[in-house]
Design a protein around this ligand. Structure first.
Ligand SMILES: [Mg+2]
Length: 229
């Protein structure tokens, strides 16, 4: 039986050391004329589409919403690459490389992405981390403002590709309550990672199937899940 491992990116695989924030701030200055729109604004668990639309609404823009959204998308991606190159605190979370390398040798596992990042942004971040080649496909932030829609899209893609699956064979791995909720929306298995942006005290009340603070625990969870499915 194949298991589908759907990873979030920010706070789960990598911490960009503020590169994403700086690129979004730069885009807001260029497209919306105001870099302060991001003050007190939380990115955690949100899709880039949702972040960009919220910023345009915060700027009070009524006309030309779609043009502003296009501008924000384009400028964010253009600014992200240099922001990543200059991010001294960029990090790949411990054991992510090792565990993905281990999974890549197991044909019954299909690592993929379920992320609020725009596809090009996801690619830039993961290429910078040396992780991009581990993922076979992805559902990205272009799909919706609502992360639950991304999970439904992932389920649709899997079913279209491989036929009906037990949704518990889909394992959603992420660092925020939004990741857990989107997994629950399709009855997937949820793994919360508490060493990212949201602490265990915040994640546990959302009822993840598993909580880890170290990626070395993930292979064991997968082995136990496989045994009981
Ligand atoms: Mg995250």
């Amino acid at each position: 039986m194949k298991l589908y491992l759907l990873f979030d990116i920010d706070g789960t695989l990598v911490n960009t050391g503020g590169a994403g924030l700086r690129a979004m701030q730069g885009a807001a200055v260029e497209c919306l004329g105001d870099g302060n729109l991001l003050e007190g604004f939380s990115f955690a668990g949100k899709t880039d589409r949702s972040i960009i639309h919220d910023l345009i609404r915060r700027a009070g823009i009524q006309n030309g919403f779609d043009d502003k959204a296009c501008c924000m998308n384009e400028r964010y991606i253009a600014l992200l690459k240099p922001a990543l190159a200059g991010a001294h605190n960029f990090l790949v979370y411990p054991y992510v490389h090792e565990v993905l390398e281990q999974f890549s040798r197991d044909n019954s596992l299909e690592p993929a992405l379920l992320t609020g990042n725009l596809e090009q942004g996801a690619r830039l971040k993961l290429e910078h981390a040396g992780l991009w080649s581990y993922f076979q496909w992805g559902v990205y932030g272009e799909v919706s403002e609502n992360r639950n829609d991304l999970a439904h899209e992932a389920l649709r893609s899997i079913t279209a590709k491989d036929g009906p699956v037990d949704p518990r064979c889909i394992i959603i791995i992420g660092d925020t309550v939004s990741d857990i909720r989107c997994g629950q929306a399709i009855c997937a298995t949820t793994v919360a990672y508490s060493a990212g942006f949201e602490p265990a005290e915040k994640l546990l009340p959302a009822g993840p199937d598993h909580l880890i603070d170290d990626f070395r625990h993930l292979p064991g969870i997968i082995a136990r899940l496989r045994a009981c499915l």
